[in-house]
Write a protein that binds this ligand. Sequence first.
Ligand code: ADP
Ligand code: MG
Length: 273
Amino acid sequence: MKNCLEVNIRRKIFPGADVAAVEGLMLSALPGEFVAIVGPSGAGKSTLLNLVAGLDREMDGDIQVDGQPLHADGLMRVRLGFVFQEPRLMPWLTVIDNLMLVLENSTDSVERVRHLLREVGLSDIEQSFPNQLSGGMQRRVSLVRAFVMRPELLLMDEPFLSLDAPTAARLRLLLLTLWGELHPTVLFVTHQLREALALADRVLFLSSSPGRVVLEVPVQLPRPRELGDASIGELHDRLLVQYPELLSGLVEEEKQQSASEIPDSDNRLPSSR
Ligand code: ADP
Ligand code: MG
């Protein structure tokens, strides 16, 4: 994306709801910037991404690129990739056919799809069906699918939730490799503060419902970064001390999440680079 993304959601209220899901939420992202958005459950993170993607258009607000509406006349002004919390692959299609489906709307070639599959260590399963794959493998396919679009804007909604720690770590590395090739602008939603710090150029914190940005933290640590790095741990702990009330909801959820991680017996991941 050549230009800045500007999001200004004055108010988003779901039909029948008493309170707004998002109110007074403003954010911007530079071209190629990796922005992480953290906030407790129900803060409006998914609502925000759906609005940016144009999947939901009912709101009072503006989403612009270069001062022009991002969505106009049913069209989007940039190429969009969206990685959802669940891989959402078509169960009746093989891996390669799931990707070909996206390729129909892209200028990319089958060669590049195969190249991406090789890069994520999946070339030998292109004829498999999603239900034959582990959770971690399905998520790798959904990552590849987002990059087949050569996205200029990549939206990710808690894409590595409930994966075991090593699988999630490799997928993060993979994401950064793919991001490094095309440099899409990224909005990455998570409620894990460490994950946000490990990935992003800048972390935005949402208040609890109705969500708005209440804190912004640039992360200037060199990449690659791992969740367990001492520098990430220090920044994480410093933020918790500095903003205890703001982050208390997050810490609780992080604890719950690690307790509920599902081990993924996926030993075919490419080795970390
Ligand atoms: P998050 O992704 O941060 O957990 P969501 O964006 O899913 O939060 O939800 C924000 C708020 O909007 C919540 O209070 C949720 O109950 C409400 N909400 C989300 N989707 C809908 C919907 N389709 N209809 C009514 N309320 C919704
Ligand atoms: Mg959500």
